[in-house]
Write a protein that binds this ligand. Structure first.
Ligand SMILES: [Ca+2]
Length: 378
């Protein structure tokens, strides 16, 4: 076969291969970088940040636009499910039990870092428990695909995700990461704490002092980053998060229970007929929350710290679930600690005198606390 016919065969094979791939997986389409919006993004990355044009173009051409990502983005559980159904997904015996095991396995760095930054350790555990089941489910999408899909093919949030794509490319350059291999959620959130690229650059911290930030497998880095995020957004050390409430006149609800803002105070809510345990002074800021329980509406009063958790994910349901899991894990751990304290210690087995030669059994290697489906941040 001459060279020309060989290349024709290759061409036909590539075309057929591409057609087959399209037939089998119609969901993913290579990003078209002749599009005006894609080209304008690429040009801006070069002029604004000095990226190499060819490198940026290669990255964008490697990105695939995936309808599954848009579909997932269009119906997140915290926006479409009522409170009682959303909550039930996360507040389970298994998630509480594994939260206790996770806390016990990481007790020293968790409690030390939490204390240093004035954040309750249980709130950090609650966040990684809800976000990724303590680092075990960190997302299977390529972050590049997620962000490019949402930046260019999801108009409702395009400006936000375009900015996140920009942050992701900067993050990759700063940390020597390959943007083609980093994986995360359908929204491009990464690692055990599911930080968006902008949050990684702004709030992630090196918790173990090795000079690098790894949000996938280095728990001290994850704890320091989550604590830093909450601290930056105004967490008030020692203050409560949320309390249940009832209405003096349930047939006359005059408050908007869907706003994520501490626009009320303890005093103003009490004057509007909301009955709850006032754990802070009259002037303390509060947020009235109305949600759908299994038997009808349910009401809560959030303090400043509930609002701070909504900065992590803009949903009162999310923040209340994080807090409920946090409290449940803390209480279960306290029970486990109490049980351990009252259990008599097993007396050590004294080996016979003639058998004092050390055994050759190697020390057990503790497996890392969380398997990483994604490469660690270098
Ligand atoms: Ca580190």
């Amino acid at each position: 076969m001459n060279r020309r016919s060989l290349s024709t065969v290759k061409f036909v094979a590539v075309v057929l291969g591409t057609l087959a791939a399209c037939w089998l997986a119609p969901a993913a389409l290579a990003m078209d970088n002749t599009r005006e919006d894609v080209r304008s993004f690429s040009t801006e990355m070069v002029s604004k940040h000095g990226f190499d044009q060819a490198w940026i173009d290669t990255m964008l051409l490697s990105a695939t636009s995936q309808p599954a990502i848009i579909e997932a983005m269009s119906k997140p559980a915290e926006r479409t499910k009522p409170w009682f159904e959303y909550r039930a997904r996360f507040i389970t015996e298994r998630r509480i039990r594994e939260g206790v095991a996770f806390w016990q396995a990481n007790r020293e760095p968790l409690e030390r870092i939490a204390a240093e930054r004035g954040i309750p350790p249980e709130t950090i555990v609650g966040i990684v428990g809800v976000e990724t089941f303590y680092g075990t489910i960190t997302g299977k999408y390529r972050v590049l695909d997620a962000l490019a899909t949402l930046a260019f093919d999801y108009p409702p949030r395009a400006p936000y995700f375009r900015a996140e794509l920009e942050e992701f490319l900067l993050l990759a350059r700063e940390h020597g990461m390959d943007p083609l291999v980093v994986t995360g959620s359908y929204a491009g959130a990464m690692g055990a704490p599911q930080f968006m690229p902008r949050s990684v650059r702004a709030y992630a911290r090196d918790g173990d002092g090795n000079g690098r930030i790894d949000l996938w497998t280095t728990w001290p880095d994850v704890f320091a980053s989550v604590a830093n995020f909450l601290k930056f957004h105004g967490w008030v050390t020692g203050e409560p998060v949320v309390v249940p409430a009832t209405l003096f006149d349930p047939d006359n609800v005059i408050l908007d229970g869907s706003k994520l803002a501490t626009q009320e105070t303890v005093d103003s809510l009490q004057h509007k007929g909301v009955e709850f345990e006032a754990l802070l002074p009259e002037t303390a800021p509060t947020m009235f929350v109305a949600v759908r329980g299994p038997l009808g509406p349910a009401y809560y009063v959030g303090y400043k710290n509930l609002w701070v958790i909504t900065r992590y994910n803009r949903s009162a349901l999310y923040a209340m679930t994080v807090n409920e899991l946090a409290v449940a894990v803390r209480n279960a751990l306290a029970q486990a600690d109490a049980a351990a304290a009252t259990t008599p210690a097993v007396p050590p087995v004294v080996p016979p005198v003639e058998n004092t030669t050390p055994t050759s059994t190697p020390a057990t290697t503790t497996p890392p606390p969380a398997p990483s489906p994604s490469p660690p941040t270098p």
